[in-house]
Design a binder for this molecule. Structure first.
Ligand code: ATP
Ligand code: MG
Length: 420
């Protein structure tokens, strides 16, 4: 037998309604914020991620699914959504459309990681990207979309942490201070952090190793090194979050340490899903489009990991709407009435309702059992006397009530129910 690759998961027929539900809530939130879906390829040229995610990141350094295609090009399965969207924005001249350009995506993403709860090699993200506005209300709107999404799913108990990592100038001043603080502790830190020290010390604040966390606890805080404009921007983001009624805390240790990340960074964190506690990460990346060869275009966005959300919902007993069964099951007793069941099922479907009949040669009794198992809302039984009289009974399974129906009225009966 051939098994599923490590770190991937099947979504089985009995569970897919949960995914469809989460995705439908995501799409509704996107619509309510006037975000339009953008679809980009599952694979891109490797260079896009090296430049667009950054080669000091774990994603690019350790986690990418990279391979040579038959034309000897280096191709990578997308490890995240932003780089592809940014490429498409530039390539398709989207900066010429009315600004801001507000987009969202629901995608699979691929990272070669050590699989564990909430950490997979193929996982899924709902993300939004807003390009063209540098103004702090946009940051607050993006954050509020993530908050509304979590809220609509019924997820409580997530905390929003925000921070500002300033602009290049703030960061240059801050990095010098941070290096001076960290230097005496360099030997005590993990190997990755030691390598980050020169290239990108900010990312040390992001380290998950306990020994590094302990050292950075008293490190200087970047919010204390913001230039006037960045400080003002951060203040305004918080004011606008207040206008949207969004609760948050400022956490000076959140960073998204890429060079083109600027100003606002944020995370939604849960205490209910173990070590992989970040369900949503986002921020502003005003330098990204230029980094990829476009004209300066400020941008802000987030990505939510859908597996972690699902885990969170399951762990905390947040309910899903029930998976619906077919509107009607037509049971047939003999050859002729089975054909009638088959053709009524077809007619009902043509009128826009869902219908099912037996495909396993079951006895009538077994058909009733099956109809019950698949949660059919109504059962119509057909036999010799029904075919003779041209009328039948539809039984509502929820309360046993019975409706007399002429054959010609069957599709209309179910259609009307649907419209109620
Ligand atoms: P982490 O610190 O947990 O590795 P990250 O910083 O790498 O997260 P992002 O790149 O910000 O994550 O991705 C956004 C979201 O995507 C995360 O908050 C998480 O919910 C989800 N995510 C990231 N990597 C994985 C993965 N390997 N499996 C499942 N979900 C993931
Ligand atoms: Mg990661």
């Amino acid at each position: 037998m051939i098994n599923i690759p490590k770190g991937t998961k099947d979504v089985l027929p009995q569970d897919s309604y949960k995914w469809q539900y989460i995705e439908s809530v995501a799409r509704k939130v996107a619509k309510d914020y006037n975000l339009k879906e953008i679809r980009t390829p599952v694979f891109e040229h490797t260079e896009l991620f090296q430049r667009g995610v950054g080669d000091t990141t774990d994603i690019v350094n350790k986690e990418m699914y990279t391979f040579k295609d038959k034309g000897d090009r280096s191709i990578t399965l997308k490890p995240e959504g932003t780089a592809g969207v940014a490429r498409s924005f530039i390539e398709n001249g989207l900066s010429n459309s009315p600004l801001p350009v507000k987009m969202y995506y629901v995608i699979p993403a691929f990272r070669y990681e050590r699989p564990q709860a909430g950490r997979l090699r193929e996982f899924h993200q709902f993300g939004i990207e807003v390009y063209g506005s540098a103004s702090p209300d946009t940051d607050a709107e993006v954050i509020s979309a993530a908050a509304l999404f979590l809220d609509r799913l019924g997820i409580k108990n997530v905390r929003l942490n925000i921070n500002s990592i300033g602009c290049k100038e703030c960061r240059t001043r801050y990095n010098a201070q941070l290096r001076a603080y960290l230097l005496p502790h360099l030997d005590e830190m993990c190997e990755t952090c030691r390598s980050r020290f020169d290239k990108n010390p900010l990312r040390i604040l992001d380290c998950k190793e306990e020994k590094c966390k302990a050292i950075t606890l008293d490190a200087p805080r970047i919010v204390d090194f913001l230039c006037d404009e960045c400080a003002e921007h951060f203040k305004k983001v918080q004011e606008y979050l207040g206008c949207a009624g969004i609760e948050y805390s400022v956490d000076p240790n959140i960073v998204r340490g890429l060079d083109y990340y600027t100003r606002t960074v944020f995370e939604f964190v849960s205490g209910d899903i173990g070590a992989q506690s970040t369900v949503c990460g986002g921020g502003r990346y005003d330098g990204l489009i230029e980094e990829l060869g476009g004209n300066y275009t400020p941008a802000v966005g987030f990505a939510v990991g859908l597996e972690r959300l699902l885990l969170l919902m399951e762990n905390t007993g947040v309910g899903f709407p029930e998976d619906e069964g077919p509107d009607v099951f037509f049971a047939g007793m003999d050859d002729d009435s089975r054909k009638a069941a088959f053709s009524f099922a077809q007619k009902v479907r043509e009128s826009g309702c869902s219908a099912e009949c037996d495909h396993m040669g079951r006895s009538v009794k077994a058909q009733f059992k099956y109809a019950d198992k698949i949660h059919a809302k109504y059962v119509v039984t057909l036999g010799g006397s029904e075919l003779e009289s041209g009328a039948c009974r539809a039984k509502r399974m929820s309360d046993g009530s019975v409706y007399e129906l002429k054959f010609e009225d069957i599709p209309e009966f179910f259609k009307k129910l649907k419209e109620q």
